[in-house]
Design a protein around this ligand. Sequence first.
Ligand code: F6R
Length: 615
Amino acid sequence: MCGIVGYIGHKEAYPILVGGLRRLEYRGYDSAGVSVLHNGNIQTFKCKGKVSGLEALVSGAGVPEGTVGIGHTRWATHGPPNDVNAHPHTSGDGQLVMIHNGIIENYGTLREELTARGHQFNSDTDTEVLIHLIEDIRRNADVSIFEAVRIALNEVVGAYAIVVMDRNTPNQLIAAKKGSPLVVGIGREGDYYIASDATPIVEYTKNVVYLEEEEIAIVDVEEGFKLMDIKNRERTPYVQELELKLEALEKGGFEHFMLKEIYEQPRSVLDSMRGRLRPDVGRVELGGIRDYIKRFVHAKRIIILGCGTSWHAGLVGEYLFEDLARIPVEVEYASEFRYRNPVITEEDVVIAISQSGETADTLAAIELAKSKGATIIGICNVIGSSIPRATHAGSYTHAGPEIGVASTKAFTAQVTVLTLMALHVAREKGSITESRFHRLLIDLDAIPDKVERVLEKNEQIKFIADYYKNVSNALYLGRGYNFPVALEGALKLKEISYIHAEGYPAAEMKHGPIALIDEEMPVFFIAPRGGAYEKIVSNIQEVKARKGKIIAIVTEGEKQVKSMADHTIEIPDTDECLMPLLTVIPLQLLSYHVAVMRGCNVDQPRNLAKSVTVE
Ligand code: F6R
């Protein structure tokens, strides 16, 4: 949430800042702003709306000169999106500007105290309160900007990633982090790039330092990079090399990132399995959890934590671990789990799933489970992000950057890693027969090609999308392994096309949702061959009898459902437990096309942001 970018060096700052904001816009896009410092003057431009609006504003006024600056793209927390609440925020004396991601929880009290001391505020934001606090400390204690920031951060409660620029210290930017990510890129020419993730940095340098909790970076074009913490202790920066490739951040000829990412899935699923799945020698090996495999084998219970799409992947994980490894599983919304005083023991293994690795609720739930002695395993996509650093061990999904706000390839990558994990544990535990194990390895190995075959149905899916693009509601029904896919299909549709959609286990329909069915209601059935097939056929008949429109995802060659459904999408056959990797693909494509046909901004749906770093 909220994109942060800062630059200090010898190049013109504005193009770097605005280019960085474009890359970061997926994190939040309700307002944008930049400040550039030149010859003792700070020029700030900010406005409600997208980065393109900011660019128009700046080009009308004249591009600011200067080799130091900060920029921000916002996802509103305190105060509505408008020009005044947009970042950067300025101190009362106009000497300091700041950008911020996170929430200062005690901002109300601080604001009252500062108001009593004569400070006046223009915006509704917690950020403006913090920059006034820094100003207040600097004025009264007569300290350096670093020291003022440090003292202020000791007074705030909450989460922050900030960058502060000071008119009187033009050779420095101060950056600090707690709870929200921040990374400093060390340029080749004595210049520095600061950002909330590495996407704006990768085109300039591969050498980065991810700030740890409560660290403060002082980046100085004359004196270099110094890392401190809020207790004023010097820290040793750990410089790492980025693996991220620039091409991964481009649309690569696709109209939207979401479509590109849907089409990347044959490759991303393969990347999730690479070096881990060995059907030739009959082995699954997840190096990241090797030392913890015995904990899984002896676990009394597995708790899976996640939010949104990652939670849906976790539900597939529940079916997998119970079916293959015979371990009881609970799947929890991280946001509920963390506040519920849950019973957690040292014999529990917790699997935390997150694409971004930064989701605030998932992080907090991990800390809670860790404090009770559970073993925490991460399944994350973004390398070096906070969740992998907070867990005992884990496996990256290696799906590559996901920029589209609606998660697609991350889901299939998470399910792939969960499948590998469940197989690995099942084998160690002896809960799976040799023949099933080997068959599943072969079937899993074939999944990327089968995903490719599902993608070939795109034109047919587009046709179906056109047919249903104007509906107001939709139901998604599935059973067993495909119940989580029903939830995921409904989430994809609602989040990018704003059509109200619900996912249910198909048999639950009779307990309420069936009342919604009439000739206007499209019902998406995920009905491939498998254990629950006959049952779901009965559910389809029930909808048909009530004149609902039936769109069914079926196995190639299927006839019975085809004879009842208004539309069917055929997918290749595979083992039931691998089906979610195929059945979700048509639903992703369908949501994409519906959203495009309705004129929605697919990559930046309203009110949403990638990476939910506030609770
Ligand atoms: C939906 C979506 C969200 C995320 C959720 C968790 O398309 O993207 O529901 O899945 O915010 O995010 P991560 O996986 O980054 O923890």
